[in-house]
Each structure stands twice: as structure tokens, then as C-alpha cells.
Design a protein around this ligand. Structure first.
Ligand code: KIV
Ligand code: ZN
Length: 514
């Protein structure tokens, strides 16, 4: 009989901790909902002790998510465990995930303790966490470089204390598939009580072997795979879940395993994660890259036309990739837009039809034809920007010359009553607008990252601008989308200014309450 592989997603924790700017609560909720629809068994929603914002997001996710189990990360410290439990008190089902370094390196130079002290910390933390839930995962951080003897000792101790999942992370992506398989096999062989827990793996991709190591671990008996969508995560990232899932699917007869994953949601979930996290997917990325199912050479194209399977091991339709690029125009009604979104696999709750239709008409007037990727961009963009708009760009004008200064003038609405007019010059049009906006708001900001991509194909693709701005040591992420790249750049900055305004308003309220 086929055995189930538990899919544990840590996009919102390991993935999020490596982003240039953190996700806001709304973005995290949208990602959690997409993961739930995709059928992941466990969503690691974050590390709640790390900040009040993180705690609040986990709390909201715990209230909203119904079918996936919610998990929170905690160090082996009493406060961490209590806060993790509190953050998930409304979850239908929850898990506390404890971690502690076990390699000599981590024990001696990071934690500055003896291995016996580490075992005591681990056991007392599992015991404390068991007061809150029966579902405890224990991770031997840096297991890939831990001596096997120490690994057996600590695993046996935490299972005796009540840990129900033992996670073996290759924290620094050090092992090869053969080495990693041996580690998992020997755990099954030498840990006496291992049958009382599920063995999980969590592989990093520093040598590009995370997915290979995960599959090897499954062959050795692991029953839970941890990873992230698109392989996001610390440094070179984590196991790309979509790759492991599809490898299990393609080789189900040999591996004899199955997952609960709803394959048709994979492509969409990957896109949502990429957009919200501001992490583009490389075009040749396995499974979800733009070229993953496109064939360039004449011989390949001919072969695919004769029989798709000549050059494809996965039917793109199975992961929700729709080939149809039907175009809508400004004559298309709301029903046509809704119908197309449904055909692309989006649920009504994924977007706001009224807002999407207004934006669709505006864009259709400019572009003439609207393609699937335009609709997706507009729908995601609205969700992502979902914030009260205190600042609105009422007007802008930029003049620019070859090897001369650019001159920008703007009118910025601040609330419903005030509008501020400013002008500025710089050596480029985007900087000129940004300086004029700066003069209007006087926020001491630093532009840390500016990224412009064409969303779509051809000369009238939409320009999408992602920026990261630092304000008082905090990073804010903004997006702008328009047919005009200067307008998209300006919108991205206005989006950031609204986030900053919102955060300063919240702080003012907190100060008043105190
Ligand atoms: O890479 C790692 O070791 C981790 C643990 C917290 C599981 O992310
Ligand atoms: Zn990790």
C-alpha cells in the first residue's frame, strides 16, 4: 500500500526570514490561504517571539485556516514556548516546533554549552510544550554535521519526553544524497524508540542538493518533507516543495508514496508566493519557471506536436498551468472577466471582482487587448496593495533629456483635504519623482532596492516596479503596476509611503493608550 508523505510548508517562516522586506499580515494571510487550497498538511506560520507583528499574523492565520495544521517555531526557551502556544490558541489543530543546535560547532561556539546541557534543555522544553499540545516537533539544528552518536542520544531523549516528530535538518546544505540517506537509515536502525515518532527532513540548498537529499530521505524512511514554495529560504534557499511533490508524483510507482496535494493549485500558489514575496522565479526553474514547459528547438517542437510526452514528463495542465491566453477587450463585460478568472483557476475570494473590473477597463482602454497575465497582475496587485490610501498621487509630470537633468512635478493628496505640490530635479526621471515625493512627505527614507520587470509580453507589457525602502531601520516593500514605467515607479513609492504612514499612525495610537 502507498504511504503518505506529510508536506510541511515553511514559506512563511524559513522563506520569509530571508526576504529583503518582511511580508505584512495581509500578504501572509493570502499566502496561507493559497497553501491551504494547495493541500499542504502543515503551515509553519512563523516565529512568534521574534516580533509583535509576527505574533499577530500567526494569530490571524490560526483563526482563518481550517484544513491545514498551524505550526509555530520556538527556541528551547520557556518564553518562546508559551508565546508559540498563545499565538496558535485559535487554530483548529496546532504544532509547536522546537529547535536546538546539536552539532559540535553549534553546541560549543553558538550555544556555548555542554552536550549534556543541550539534552536537558531539549527534554525540559518538550515537556513544557506538551502542556499545550500533543503535537511536538523537535529539530536537531545542523543535524547534517552532528555526530551520529549525539544525534541518536538526543532523539531518543526527546521522544521519551513526548516529541512526536523528529526533524533532521541539513541546516547548511552540506550533505550529498548518499550521505543524507545514510544518516536517516542509521537513525531508524539505532534509535530505539524511533517507531514512536515521524521522521522529517528539512534540507537547505547550499550545494543545490536540497530536493535530491529530501527524496533520498524518503527512500530511507522519512515521512515528512519540509520546504518552501519556489525554494525560498535562508541563503541558497530550502527544498522547493513543488519539485519534491512532482518528483513523488512522477515516480509514485517506484517510490510508492502519495501526498495530499491538490496539484492543480501548484502553479498559482507559486505565483502568489513570488509576487507577494517580491522574489521573481527564474525562467528555467523546474516545474514553475516560465520555460519549464516551453520548447525551443525545431526538433523538440516537432516532437511535442507529434506526442507531448516525447519531451515532457509532466502535463502542464496537471499543475494548473493553462495554455489558453484568451484576450479580452474593453467591450468585455464583468461576466467575461469573472469567467476567465474562473477558467484560470481563481476562486471568487481570491480577488475583488468590482475592483478588478474597474482596473481591467482602464487598462483595456490603454492596451486594447487584455491577456491572462494582465488579469492576474491586476488581481494580485490589488490584493497586495490592500492598504488604506492616505497618500494618493493626483498628478505627475516629468521632462527628461538625453544627457540632461530630469525635472518632475507632482501633486500628492494627503488625506481627503490637503494636497501638496512639489517639484524636483535629478539625473533621472524616477529619482526626480522620488525626490519630489520626499519633499512632500519629509519621511527620512532610504531607497534600498528598485526592481522593474515587464509583466507580460511584447511592447505593451505592464511595467511592474518593486521597491524596498528603509525608514527608521525598518524595511517597507511597495509595488506599482502601470503601462508607463515612470508611473509604476511613482505608484510603488506612494504605496510604501502609505505603509509608513500606517505604521506611524499605529505607533501614535499605541503611545496614546500607554
Ligand atoms: O535550517 C534549519 O535548521 C531550520 C530549523 C529551525 C528547522 O530552519
Ligand atoms: Zn531552515
Amino acid at each position: 500500500m502507498k504511504e503518505k508523505i506529510i508536506i510541511f510548508d515553511t514559506t512563511l517562516r524559513d522563506g520569509e526570514q530571508a526576504l529583503p522586506a518582511s511580508l505584512n499580515s495581509n500578504e501572509k494571510i493570502q499566502i496561507a490561504l493559497a497553501l491551504e487550497r494547495m493541500g499542504v498538511d502543515i503551515i509553519e506560520a512563523g516565529f512568534p517571539i521574534s516580533s509583535p507583528g509576527e505574533f499577530k499574523s500567526i494569530k490571524s492565520i490560526s483563526k482563518i485556516i481550517k484544513t491545514s495544521k498551524i505550526c509555530s517555531l520556538a527556541r528551547c526557551l520557556p518564553k518562546d514556548i508559551d508565546v508559540a502556544a498563545q499565538a496558535m490558541e485559535h487554530a483548529q489543530e496546532n504544532r509547536i516546533h522546537l529547535f536546538l543546535g546539536t552539532s559540535n560547532l553549534h553546541v560549543a561556539s553558538k550555544l556555548k554549552k555542554s552536550f549534556n546541557e543541550i539534552i536537558n534543555m531539549a527534554v525540559s522544553s518538550v515537556t513544557r510544550a506538551r502542556n499545550y499540545t500533543n503535537d511536538i516537533e523537535f529539530s536537531c539544528e545542523d543535524a547534517g554535521r552532528t555526530s551520529l552518536k549525539n544525534l541518536y542520544t538526543i532523539i531518543e531523549a526527546v521522544i521519551d519526553a513526548g516529541a512526536t516528530t523528529i526533524n533532521i535538518p541539513d541546516t547548511v546544505g552540506y550533505t550529498t544524497p548518499t550521505q543524507f540517506k545514510k544518516i536517516i537509515q542509521s537513525i531508524f536502525r539505532y534509535v530505539k524508540n524511533i517507531d514512536k515518532a515521524i521522521v522529517s527532513v528539512h534540507c537547505h540548498n547550499d550545494l543545490g542538493m536540497a530536493v535530491g537529499n529530501s527524496i533520498s530521505a524518503i527512500e530511507a524512511g522519512a515521512r515528512q518533507i519540509e520546504g518552501t514554495m519556489n525554494g525560498l529560504g535562508e541563503r541558497a534557499g530550502n527544498t522547493a516543495l513543488e519539485e519534491v511533490i512532482m518528483a513523488l508524483y512522477v515516480h509514485h510507482d517506484v517510490l510508492n508514496k502519495y501526498t495530499n496535494i491538490n496539484y492543480k493549485e501548484i502553479y498559482k500558489t507559486s505565483k502568489i508566493v513570488s509576487q507577494f514575496c517580491n522574489m521573481p522565479i527564474s525562467i528555467n526553474k523546474a516545474i514553475v519557471g516560465k520555460n519549464a514547459f516551453s520548447h525551443s528547438s525545431g526538433i523538440h517542437q516537432d516532437g511535442v506536436l507529434k506526442n507531448r510526452e516525447n519531451y515532457e514528463i509532466i502535463d502542464p495542465i496537471s499543475i494548473g498551468l493553462n495554455n489558453c491566453k484568451l484576450n479580452l477587450t474593453s467591450r468585455s463585460g464583468r461576466a467575461a472577466v469573472e469567467h476567465r478568472m474562473k477558467e484560470m483557476g481563481y476562486h471568487k475570494s481570491d480577488y475583488n471582482l468590482n475592483e478588478l473590473y474597474v482596473d481591467f477597463l482602464k487598462l483595456a482602454d490603454k492596451k486594447g487587448q487584455i491577456f491572462d497575465y494582465d488579469l492576474e497582475a491586476l488581481a494580485f496587485f490589488k490584493k497586495q496593495r490592500n492598504i488604506e490610501e492616505y497618500f494618493k498621487l493626483e498628478y505627475f509630470d516629468v521632462h527628461t533629456k538625453l544627457s540632461g537633468l530630469s525635472v518632475a512635478s507632482i501633486i500628492l493628496m494627503c488625506g481627503s483635504q490637503t494636497n501638496i505640490q512639489k517639484a524636483s530635479t535629478s539625473n533621472g526621471p524616477v529619482d526626480a519623482i522620488y525626490q519630489a515625493l520626499n519633499k512632500a512627505t519629509l519621511y527620512p527614507i532610504i531607497l534600498k532596492k528598485f526592481n522593474l520587470v515587464a509583466n507580460g509580453e511584447g511592447k505593451d507589457a505592464l511595467g511592474k516596479v518593486d521597491i524596498v525602502v528603509q525608514y527608521k531601520l525598518r524595511n517597507f516593500h511597495g509595488v506599482g503596476l502601470a503601462t508607463d514605467i515612470i508611473e509604476a515607479s511613482a505608484q510603488a513609492m506612494v504605496n510604501v509611503l502609505n505603509y509608513i504612514w500606517k505604521s506611524t499612525e499605529v505607533n501614535k495610537r499605541i503611545r496614546k493608550i500607554k
